[in-house]
Design a protein around this ligand. Sequence first.
Ligand code: AN7
Length: 404
Amino acid sequence: MKEYEVECIRCGARYSKADVVYTCRKCGGLLDIKYDYSEVDVERIVKAQGEGVWKYRELLPFDDGTKPITIHEGNTPLYRCDRLAKAIGVADLWVKHEGLNPSGSFKDRGMTVGVTKAVELSVKGVACASTGNTSASLAIFAAKAGFPCYVLLPKGKVALGKVAQAMMHGAQVFSLRGNFDDALRVVRVLCEEESLYLLNSVNPYRLEGQKTIAFEVAEKLGWEAPYRLILPVGNAGNISAIFKGFLELKTLGITDAIPRMTGIQAAGAKPIVNAFKEDKAEITPEEKPETIASAIRIGNPVNAAKALVAIRESGGVAESVTDEEITKAQLELARLEGVGVEPASAASIAGLKKLVEMGAIERDERIVCITTGHLLKDPERVIEICEPPKEVEADVNMLRKMLK
Ligand code: AN7
């Protein structure tokens, strides 16, 4: 297999694959998995059989003999969305619905790699902080692998479907008095001190799984990168991972371009948008992030440094959208295209609309929006924003009068 090392993006310090390390011990910087690309077999990528994340194992950090912990994640549909495109006024719009992963979010891609790595490392248990989806996904993979699983959720701020999944699949679920950023701070210390394996997206192995979104998009488009890729940004792992995926394809000569990485945050939680607009290399954390898109209610995104590089180097942009814009986009996507997503995911569509109106996106660009989580994750929100069912007698005439 190709060799790899774990490298600090800030100071270049290197760590071996047997090391349990999440951020650089020398400077605190984020870590990246680095391959020797001259050893990568391009044919094994473009001609790969099978489907999902492990189809691309030539670019995953494991021996060929490694048996993955998998629930058949990935291989999600890329829908051509002409009705929505028309409503927004663009010509070439696609939506990749990551909500159709087995747990209902893109997190499965990262967890199959992260938990397979946990098995290789023989850890005694796994843990995460989460706005919901990470915990749901980790609980499932931990169940599959037989690991004890501990998840810290911000009290009262996680959508019902996600908590239900974490509980059902046997995680020990803690409702933390604080927000997501508090939960992440606490779980990072807990993992160090209790030798639990941390599976938030600060763990670089998570991002190796998530970068396969880029591979699937490019492959579906005939091994071509779209002009622009738009996605919601919370902890900023996914935008960093997808950028890395496209960068690898270009480095290997499989594609010849990188999409403009376009990150959308909620107006009440937009530290990356602020840093981008103020031309700063680092974010200023937000103490009290607030949005109905609870998945991205994050004030101190751990992967901000990687995300800002992804956005800037690709010629992309970061923009924010209001809760109202998110809700409108969620309804439009559901009713024009039959794609049901949770609020955070609709931020990508809301962001597209806003950037088109602002003139920051050309109408003829080929655009791929990533919808990260399924509608059923957050049923309470659906009930708040849709007209409730009308009670009716079991009588056709009465019913007919009520039809609109
Ligand atoms: C549906 O579950 O952070 O920018 O703890 O669930 O990679 O963090 C979820 C994030 C977008 C943001 N859409 O992705 C968690 C968590 C949905 C999400 C994001 C999340 P990142």
